[in-house]
Design a protein around this ligand. Structure first.
Ligand SMILES: Cc1ncc(COP(=O)(O)O)c(C=O)c1O
Length: 395
């Protein structure tokens, strides 16, 4: 066997998006790109904002001396200070340069965080449906994933959480705006969550980290304001990224922000920096750190995504699909008209529409649509959704 049993098992069990992607390639080869409507990947169609190219150009024309060398493993202090300044403005929490560590995206950040705080066998609570990589990351770092259900609106069920937290619980991991549902958590939920974590810490004499995955924090609709979970639990760590808000997923740039008053903050930060280095990231890409330093106040056009959401949501509802209207990110998670979500996704494939079965996100009976695609692809997908709806007598 050329690969470890562990990796082989993980690859076999959790390959839904990849599988759909590969089947999509075959379909595209057979029928032509323009005739296949690929809504399977969260790869934003938008180009980075104009300010990004301006900063890049400036760096190319007036290179910074030593600007491509190794640096502090936490990242350039100027970049971390810029992130801290903007985050403080947005959240009202007083972050400073010491609270920020630049990382290779939110994915890198999550791995660093879990490596740093988990002892073998520690439990990480996540809520289904979840971003499917969570299971891999938790397993890599010797944790045990405890998957809890959400309610029909895809909101974490606090009664279930209350019963599930025990002496082994080390992390509660939340993701809002959520992949795959697009749901944004309300402040009242976060308040109750914080209160519950305090009670449980007191009950068990433990520290429970609230880890907030905010990869989509700026992709938020309907004039909602993003509420930071960090207000409600001080033992908290945020992970964020510029993959979506600046449309730079290939550049691998994100950060960790630690709540300034969390206990043993210095040791925690030193641990995070150590793991950023020794997991092999070493530091976040230098060039991107120079660029995003000046772009903390910039975001791609969220209105464009909102238009896509409205377009698709309105059509799907008219066709009879049951969908919770997303308030952020760029995914929709409709109920599958067939109990077997894989069978339904295959049905959509027959009409050359590519989506991902809900079971890939721990939620069988649903399917995920990623609508960060161009308008032609969205428009082209409607015929397939309609045919499938007619076949299963929706509406
Ligand atoms: C919920 C969630 N967290 C983290 C990530 C990782 O993002 P990044 O590109 O910043 O590593 C993604 C990417 O799609 C995501 O959907």
């Amino acid at each position: 066997m050329s690969i470890s049993e562990k990796v082989r098992k993980m690859m076999a069990e959790r390959a839904w998006i990849r599988r759909m992607f590969e089947e999509g390639i075959v379909l595209k080869q057979r029928y032509g790109e323009e005739n296949v409507f690929d809504l399977s990947l969260g790869n934003p169609i938008m180009e980075p904002p104009a300010e990004f190219n301006r900063e890049l150009k400036q760096l190319a024309e007036q290179p910074l001396s030593g600007g491509h060398r190794y640096m502090e493993n936490a990242g350039y202090p100027e970049t971390r200070a810029a992130v801290a300044r903007q985050l403080s403005l947005e959240t009202g929490i007083k972050f400073t340069v010491k609270d920020i560590i630049m990382t290779c995206g939110a994915a890198g950040a999550l791995n660093v965080v879990l490596r740093t705080i988990l002892n073998p066998g520690d439990e990480v609570i996540i809520f289904a449906p979840y971003f499917l990589e969570y299971l891999n990351y938790i397993e890599y770092h010797d944790g045990v994933a405890r998957v809890l259900p959400s309610d029909e609106q895809f909101i974490p069920r606090l009664d279930v959480l209350k019963a599930a937290i025990g002496a082994k619980t080390r992390v509660v991991l939340v993701n809002s705006p959520n992949n795959p549902t697009g749901v944004v958590y309300a402040e009242t939920l976060l308040q109750q969550l914080g209160k519950l974590l305090h009670e449980k810490e007191a009950q068990y004499g433990t520290q429970i980290f609230l880890v907030s995955d905010e990869a989509y924090r700026k992709i938020i609709y309907d004039k909602l304001r993003f509420q930071s979970p960090l207000h409600h639990h001080h033992q908290s760590i945020m992970v964020a990224s510029h993959s979506k808000d600046l449309a730079l997923p290939g550049e691998r740039i994100g950060y960790i922000a630690v709540y300034p008053d969390c206990s043993q903050q210095e040791e925690l930060i030193n641990g995070l920096i150590f793991c950023n280095r020794t997991l092999g990231f070493v530091n976040a890409p230098a060039l991107m750190q120079h660029v995003v330093r000046h772009l903390q106040h910039v975001t791609v056009s969220v209105d464009e995504y909102q238009k896509k959401r409205d377009f698709l949501y309105d059509h799907l509802i008219k066709m009879g699909y049951s969908v919770i209207k997303p308030q952020g990110a760029f995914y929709m998670f409709p109920e599958s008209p067939l109990e077997d979500d894989v069978a339904f996704v295959r049905e959509l494939q027959r009409w050359k529409v590519l989506t991902v079965p809900g079971r890939g996100f721990g939620a069988p009976g649903y399917f995920r649509i990623s609508y960060c695609v161009d308008d032609q692809t969205l428009e082209g997908s409607l015929a397939g959704f309609r045919k499938a709806a007619e076949k299963f007598s929706l509406g």
